[in-house]
Write a protein that binds this ligand. Structure first.
Ligand code: GYE
Length: 314
């Protein structure tokens, strides 16, 4: 195994020679959260495609949104003696014990798209992903401008305890705090899925307080799209009666913007395969990698949606 010989810089040179001679494959274990959103499906495809392209052996595990399944997967990867582990952690907390086991086995961990909350930062090598706080801020900045600093907002939060739900909320609230006329009047988790986003919105529209609501902030596009459906079924005109801003930038969000049903999406790039395996290859070659490898993203609203739509592949 490659990493075993990576213990020191001198040994690393040896390992590279050994790899070149034996053509030994890099083996990567990847623990994915599940398939809760179009975003995540796009990320999975990007990871699988890139591994294949580079001739890297990928052991892929789908946790079906359960942390316990991710912990089991990590223990399997230790037993299989993989070279590097990629972990997209469903929630932030509860990782310390298993990450310690992984560290003791000498396997480096790259966190992908979500962070963990651990007291010992040496338990992972790097976080590859966006600045999710900034995504929340960007959503709030766009909404503040669009609503002239005045809005009663309902918030559809992502998975409870997940880094993007915590940090998108934090970023959004930080910006609206500067606008006395903007406030969140209802807030609930829709677990990052279309079905739950719809379900939560169906409850909200029944409340008499909903009449005063004029904007929705959804932590991802799938929940916003579920909300759009619920609003339409209740006789509202999403995108017109109620302004909607969400995060991800998936293709269906652009379609909804072109149809006038969604007003803005803050991009969160799921195509992390190439950046992920660049980091893996650097580690396998004995190199060091940055603590945070940031992915590039943008903000798109209804004014540019039609032009951008043909380029949206996911
Ligand atoms: O925004 C959401 C997904 O962790 C950044 O997870 C990711 C988020 C993404 O389910 O759609």
């Amino acid at each position: 195994m490659i990493r075993k010989i990576l213990a020191s810089a001198a040994a690393c040179a040896l390992s590279m020679t050994a790899m070149a001679v034996s053509g030994e494959k890099i083996v990567v274990g990847f623990s994915q959260i599940g398939a809760e959103s179009a975003w995540r499906t796009a990320e999975t495809i990007s990871i699988k495609t890139e591994a294949e392209k580079r001739g890297i052996e990928l052991i892929f595990s789908d946790a079906q949104q359960k942390q316990e399944n991710q912990i089991k997967a990590l223990r399997n990867f230790i037993a299989m003696d993989v070279d590097v582990i990629g972990l997209a952690p469903v929630v932030e907390s509860g990782w310390e014990p298993v990450l310690r086991e992984v560290q003791e086995a000498g396997i480096p961990v790259i966190l992908v798209d979500r962070k963990v909350n651990v007291s010992d930062e040496s338990l992972y090598e790097s976080y590859l992903g966006p600045n999710v706080i900034e995504e929340g801020r960007n959503a709030a900045r766009w909404l503040a401008e669009r609503m002239n600093g005045k809005a009663n907002i309902v918030e559809l939060q992502g998975t409870v305890g997940s880094a993007p739900a915590i940090e998108r909320k934090q970023g959004f609230e930080g910006v609206i705090a500067d606008y006395p006329g903007m406030r969140i009047v209802m807030s609930q988790s829709g677990d990052f899925t279309r079905a739950k986003g719809k379900e939560v919105m169906e409850q909200w529209v029944k409340s008499p307080d909903f009449r005063s609501v004029d904007a929705i902030f959804a932590h991802n596009d799938d929940m916003a799209l579920g909300a759009v459906q619920a609003l339409e079924e209740s006789g509202f005109r999403p995108g017109k009666d109620i302004v909607i801003v969400s995060i991800d930038g998936v293709r269906d969000a652009f379609v909804a913007m072109v149809d006038g049903k969604l007003n803005c999406t803050v991009e969160c790039n799921p195509l992390l395969g190439p950046q992920f395996f660049n980091l893996v290859e650097k580690l396998a070659a004995g190199g060091s990698i940055p603590r945070w490898e940031e992915s590039f993203e943008d903000v798109y609203d209804e004014t540019v949606a039609a032009k951008a739509l043909p380029e949206r592949l996911y």
